[in-house]
Design a protein around this ligand. Structure first.
Ligand code: ZN
Length: 242
């Protein structure tokens, strides 16, 4: 089965549509969403609708939980807080109920998906360093764990002789004698200095993984962000990929 892995869409409809077009072109059997469908971007409700149409499993991220009061936003920065307030006013009761029902982690036979960390999905911690990864490898029972949350694509592996490797490859076949933590990047707000939308494909028979990047109309999304009175920084960062 070949999966399309999408994460951190953040209400960016144009990026999501561009990713879906590419997913249609590739031979993808199913779509899985790793969370943060909303927050920051100008089209939360439409993004929820489109993700629900295509993805068989949709995880909740911290930005999906913030507008329904399941995440304490005290530690969000000011523009994130403003975006949460705006998003809260946009989403329907049905969407709120749906977001509340989304799991934080899902284990398949051959791989796991989680928004933040497999060790403690509800703490919303980040895997940014080798130490963070080392802490999390014991919680992975299968060969690979796909994550989102940081918006930066990366592959961290641990070999059978405990060697840790950090790689920024676009294509890899996961080896049998190793474990992998893989960040699939962000559809709607990339932060690796590449403004193109990111998503991944993974074949659970061949263990082939590939990161894809797609261009979309960033200007259109920026105009919507400004028109809707969201913080201008949220528009600026899309063009910079940070
Ligand atoms: Zn996010």
């Amino acid at each position: 089965m070949r999966y399309g892995l999408i994460s951190d869409i953040h209400g960016n409809l144009e990026a999501l549509q561009a990713v879906y077009q590419e997913i249609d072109r590739l031979d993808v059997d199913d779509v899985l969403c790793l969370g943060d469908v909303i927050g920051y971007g100008p089209d939360p409700e439409k993004c929820i609708e489109l993700v629900r149409e295509r993805a068989s499993v949709i995880l909740a991220g911290n930005h999906d939980h913030a507008p329904i009061g399941l995440v304490d936003v005290t530690y969000f920065n000011s523009y994130a807080k403003q975006a949460v307030e705006w998003t809260t006013a946009q989403i329907s009761q049905e969407t709120r109920d749906f977001l509340e029902s989304c799991p934080l982690i899902h284990e398949f036979e051959r791989f796991t998906i989680v928004h933040s960390t497999p060790s403690n999905p509800s703490a919303w911690e980040y895997i940014l360093s080798i130490d963070d990864a080392v802490e999390n490898f014991p919680y992975i029972d299968n060969r690979c764990c796909f994550i989102g949350h940081s918006h930066v694509p990366v592959i961290i592996s641990k070999s059978s002789n405990e060697q840790i490797q950090v790689q920024r490859l676009n294509k890899i076949v996961f080896q049998e004698d190793a474990k992998y933590i893989v960040n699939v990047g962000s559809v709607g707000q990339p932060r690796d200095l590449d403004p193109r939308a990111a998503f991944a494909t993974f074949d659970d028979e061949t263990y082939q993984y590939e990161l894809h990047r797609v261009r979309y109309d960033i200007g259109k999304v920026q105009r919507k962000i400004l028109d809707r009175g969201l913080p201008p920084f949220l528009a600026e960062r899309l063009a910079l990929g940070q």
